[in-house]
Ligand binder design. Structure first.
Ligand SMILES: NC(=O)c1ccc[n+]([C@@H]2O[C@H](COP(=O)([O-])OP(=O)(O)OC[C@H]3O[C@@H](n4cnc5c(N)ncnc54)[C@H](OP(=O)(O)O)[C@@H]3O)[C@@H](O)[C@H]2O)c1
Length: 279
């Protein structure tokens, strides 16, 4: 029996590549899109070229009964569900707390929190009924774990998802269902313009943005038997982006200073030479 997965937001960037990478790993897939029908059909074409099935649904996942209906439809079309990937969210729900309104908050909550939870609940019910020790994976963000200004909504709901995932992992462990999160940093398709890339890569320790394929591979790993003892965690996938601490000195942070790096390198090489003399 083929493995099966539902990936929300499979028409673009991270969700698109999660769906394609899963197909490469042998999954039949169902995806949703909101506005980019062409993107969704591209995903479908790539997956079908790999010899796998791909069902495509248009869905506005912020609408109350839509997440449940989409999961039921995917379960019907795929025959069963091994993996639910909750990915579709809007990174634009930003704003300061001083300008918060109930309307803004409801909109962000409906898509970025309620949609994730209802998709997880609906897919878990099918897995339990079908006696499938499946996986639920939430795409969250480094913003779940670090504070940024203008981010009480997006970051706050991502943090809520990570905490909720821990409770779900506890509850669903008795059925063998694992629940984990992937928390990306800055992930763009390689085709995006290099000017933006150059600006951001200066401050990422691994000196590049991440690719959506890399997120797809991490999702595939977490859902595989290789990760069979992993549940209730969130893996940061950010090239070290959140590692640098707040610098308490007046001069620029040392790890970005080319002179400091050169001095460190030279001293280290002298130490290597000395240790070789003693060999
Ligand atoms: N890219 C990053 O650097 C980054 C960093 C941290 C976390 N993340 C998280 O990773 C996930 C994917 O991000 P991304 O950058 O790939 O996003 P994206 O390029 O904006 O794609 C979002 C996907 O979600 C769908 N979507 C958007 N609004 C929707 C709605 N109202 N109902 C149903 N589907 C909707 C989009 O559909 P259409 O394209 O058809 O409209 C698209 O398929 C999100 O959860 C995001 O928070 C991304």
């Amino acid at each position: 029996m083929n493995k099966t997965a539902l990936v929300t937001g499979g028409s673009h960037n991270i969700g698109q590549q999660i769906a394609i990478v899963l197909a490469r790993h042998g999954y039949d897939v169902a995806i949703t899109y909101n506005s980019r029908k062409e993107g969704a059909l591209d995903t479908q074409r790539e997956i079908e070229a790999l010899g796998r099935k791909c069902f495509v649904y248009q869905a506005k996942l912020q609408i109350s009964d839509v997440p449940q209906k989409i999961v039921d439809q995917a379960h019907k079309d795929l025959g069963h569900l091994d993996l639910m990937v909750c990915n579709a969210a809007n990174g634009g729900y930003r704003g300061g707390i001083l300008t918060a309104t109930p309307e803004k908050l409801d909109e962000a909550y409906n898509l970025n929190y309620r949609n994730y939870i209802i998709c997880a609940a609906a897919s878990a019910r099918h897995m339990v009924a079908d006696k499938i020790a499946g996986n639920i994976i939430f795409i969250t963000s480094i913003r779940a774990q670090r504070a940024f200004p203008d981010d009480y909504m997006y970051g706050g709901f991502k943090a809520g998802i990570e905490r909720a995932a821990q409770s779900m992992a506890l509850e669903l462990s008795q059925y063998g269902i694992r629940v984990n999160c992937v928390a990306p940093g800055c992930i763009w398709p390689q085709s995006l313009d290099t000017v933006r890339n150059q600006f951001i890569t200066q401050s990422i320790p691994l000196k590049r943005v991440g690719t959506p394929e890399e997120v797809g591979e991490l999702v595939a790993f977490l859902a595989s038997d290789k990760a069979s003892y992993i549940t209730g965690i969130s893996i940061l996938q950010d090239g070290g982006l959140v590692l640098p601490g707040m610098w308490e000195r007046e001069e620029p942070t040392v790890w970005l200073d080319p002179d400091w790096k050169e001095r460190e390198y030279q001293e280290a090489m002298e130490m290597v030479a000395k240790s070789k003399e003693n060999e």
